[in-house]
Ligand binder design. Structure first.
Ligand code: SF4
Length: 174
């Protein structure tokens, strides 16, 4: 009698052989090396910086390599309020990042303007770039940001498209 696919996978695993698909492996590699752009706007950025310290050790998830060039980054963490003046700069940096790319909106100010309900502050960075994960708080703790990064990793592993692709598939502009 022939083995079921689960049984034969178990047999291979016992022999020390792992079976997967190229797609699954690509997703695994991609989620394990998400590199953020070095980019901080206000007080939230201090919490963002601390995730790379030994206390929090973001390196466990392969994302400690903050890149000075957007060309080498696939994650933008918007850490802090976005002023009207900064919005076009932020958009340019996002456009310079290679695809696929993701955005985390960190904190109340980035997600909604926070307490700065005035003409100078963008009332949500999703008016400027498509956001994949929102991290609440003022400021969010480093743990909260790491949780957001873990959520993003889950999304990548599941093969869900980045937000801008999702919007484009629906026929909207990113
Ligand atoms: S959410 Fe709070 S900590 Fe973050 S930039 Fe706004 S005021 Fe600062």
């Amino acid at each position: 009698m022939g083995l079921t696919s689960t049984q034969s996978a178990q047999k291979e695993a016992e022999r020390g052989i792992l079976l997967t698909t190229v797609d699954k492996m690509t997703r695994w590699a991609r989620k394990s090396s998400v590199w953020p752009a070095t980019f901080g706007l206000a007080c939230c950025a201090i919490e963002m910086m601390s995730v790379t310290s030994s206390r929090y050790d973001l390196a466990r998830f392969g994302s400690e390599a903050f890149r000075a060039s957007p060309r080498q980054a696939d994650l933008m963490i918007v850490a802090g309020r976005v002023s009207q003046k900064m919005a076009p700069v932020l958009r340019t940096i996002w456009e310079q990042m290679p695809e696929p790319k993701w955005v985390i909106s960190m904190g109340a100010c980035a997600s909604s303007g926070g307490v700065f309900d005035n003409y100078a502050i963008i009332q949500g960075v999703d008016h400027v770039v498509p956001v994949d994960v929102y991290v609440p708080g003022c400021p969010p703790t480093p743990e909260a940001l790491m949780f957001g990064i873990l959520k993003l990793r889950e999304k990548i592993q599941m093969g869900l498209p980045p937000k801008y692709q999702e919007i484009a598939e629906r026929g909207g502009a990113s």
